[in-house]
Write a protein that binds this ligand. Structure first.
Ligand code: GDP
Ligand code: IMO
Ligand code: MG
Length: 434
């Protein structure tokens, strides 16, 4: 059985949660490998809506094993709340959920620093983070001053945490930020640690033993390629490796044991937060997409910026992730559009480019070069088979395949599980062969 990496190919919120849920059936293990509770993955099952932030979306399937790998940064309070929430809804995580002992932790001082920076930043310095403390926690990891999940089992954990709080409070004080109440924080987090301790494991061993036994593993990416710390529109990115390589460094399986990469891509583009977005539609057209696609953040509720499909980005994503197959989501959102645009190149001050420039200032100067496409103007949400999609919708998909060089194995036409048109024959093919 195949070990699969699933990534977001744009700026996040591509519908990864929905596709993970579908893919979970063919896998025994689901591993989150980067990011933290900045993610919001929505799964709709039979009219019930679940939004998962830290737990892998596969948790909704009883019997599947789920792991938070060492590439993730974990807010213990957020994780416990999420475990409680799913438990209340009748889903037990006991005996099948494991948290890597190597995963770094997020504490309130990370959040206060994130909030303070974002609150003060003006103009180009604003990133538009989720204010969850993600960046500061990864900064501690890289600076080798972070606390990891395995540390909570050690007798000196409270003392180490106190030292970190004191260090941070000094920094927060000079910034005029909210200070941490040392005693309260230590009390709260020692209690949280006790509750989380039973889930902590050496997940590297678990994942590799499972692979040795031939059990299929699915790696669940969070965020998206253009938010990746290296490949994204730096500095308007998140602080982790959201691309396929992150599955190896943050999930624990070696590259030669990965069999395929699935890229989740929306039929148009969205972005939350600051940073360049060449195909962004401001005004009425953008508003219409936002409304039709219900484009409001699953984590922060912020309205998402909306725009046309950007093939320069799609090709770039296919390249850096090695995407074998696309899962194309939210096709139904374009049902009422008269003329659909696809950005096929950038005009950067008279120079036509079909690659993403490394410097964000260059990307900011790029204007989209569009190819127009006549809309199908028919509802697709009730369509049950790919072949039953309107001709023009099929032609749009064929054009995206030709432009990106990657075949589409799944077309999603609604949030629910059943609104999925799967082309089994494409999935069985080697991909990238179109
Ligand atoms: P993720 O972060 O990539 O998992 O995506 P989000 O869950 O943040 O955002 C995707 C949103 O689109 C969610 O509200 C999904 O329920 C919804 N969604 C997913 N696929 C489709 C689709 O094909 N059509 C429509 N209309 N909505 C979809
Ligand atoms: P999912 O997994 C969309 C964005 C934030 C901000 C930038 C940095 O649901 O696709 P951070 O808090 O990570 O330091 O913020 O990244 N961002 C996301 N945008 N979907 C997400 O996750 C995101 N996670 C972070 O809006 O621009
Ligand atoms: Mg999301």
């Amino acid at each position: 059985m195949a070990n699969t990496v699933l990534i977001g190919a744009q700026w996040g919120d591509e519908g990864k949660g929905k596709v993970i849920d579908l893919m979970t059936e063919q896998h025994a293990w689901i591993i989150r490998y980067q990011g933290g509770h900045n993610a919001g993955h929505t799964v709709e099952i039979g009219g019930e809506r679940y939004v998962l932030h830290l737990l892998p979306s596969g948790i909704l399937h009883e019997g599947k094993k789920c792991v938070i790998g060492h590439g993730v940064v974990v807010d213990m309070e957020a994780l416990l709340t999420e475990i409680e929430d799913v438990t209340k809804r009748g889903i037990s995580v006991e005996g099948r959920f494991f948290l890597s002992d190597r995963a770094h932790l997020i504490f309130p001082y990370h959040r206060f620093l994130d909030e303070n920076r974002e609150g003060k930043a003006v103009g180009r310095d604003r990133i538009g983070t989720t204010k969850r403390g993600i960046g500061p926690s990864y900064a501690d990891k890289a600076a080798r001053t972070g606390l990891r999940a395995g540390d909570i089992r050690e007798a000196d954990f409270p003392e180490r945490l106190r030292r970190r709080v004191r260090d941070y409070n000094r920094q927060l004080k000079t910034l005029g930020a909210t200070l941490v109440d040392e005693d309260e924080l230590v009390r709260e987090y020692v209690a949280a640690a006790e509750r989380l301790a039973p889930y902590i494991a050496d997940t590297l061993v678990l994942v590799n033993r499972a692979a040795d036994a031939g059990e299929a593993i699915l790696f669940e990416g969070a965020q998206g390629t253009m938010l990746d710390i290296d490949y994204g529109t730096y500095p308007y990115v998140t602080s982790s490796s959201a691309t396929a390589g992150g599955a190896c460094t943050g999930g624990g399986l070696a590259p030669n044991r990965i069999d395929r990469v699935i890229g989740v891509i929306k039929a148009y583009t969205t972005r939350v937060g600051e940073g360049p977005f060449p195909t962004e539609l401001e005004g009425e057209e953008g508003e219409a997409l936002r409304k039709a696609g219900n484009e409001f953040g699953a984590t922060t509720g912020r309205p998402r910026r909306c725009g046309w499909f950007d093939n320069v980005i799609a090709r770039y994503s296919a390249m850096v992730n090695g995407v074998d197959h696309w899962a194309l989501t939210k096709l139904d959102v374009l049902d009422d559009v008269d003329t659909i645009q696809i950005c096929v190149a950038y005009d950067c001050g008279g120079r036509i480019m079909d690659t993403v420039p490394g410097a964000v200032r260059d990307l900011e100067q790029c204007k989209p070069v569009y190819e127009s496409f006549e809309g199908w103007k028919t509802s697709t949400t009730g369509v049950k088979r790919f072949e039953e999609l309107p001709d023009r919708a099929q032609a749009y998909i064929a054009r995206l395949e030709a432009l990106t060089g990657v075949p589409v194995y799944l077309v999603s036409v609604g949030p629910g599980r059943e609104r999925s048109l799967i082309r089994e024959e494409v999935l069985k093919s080697h991909g990238r062969a179109v």
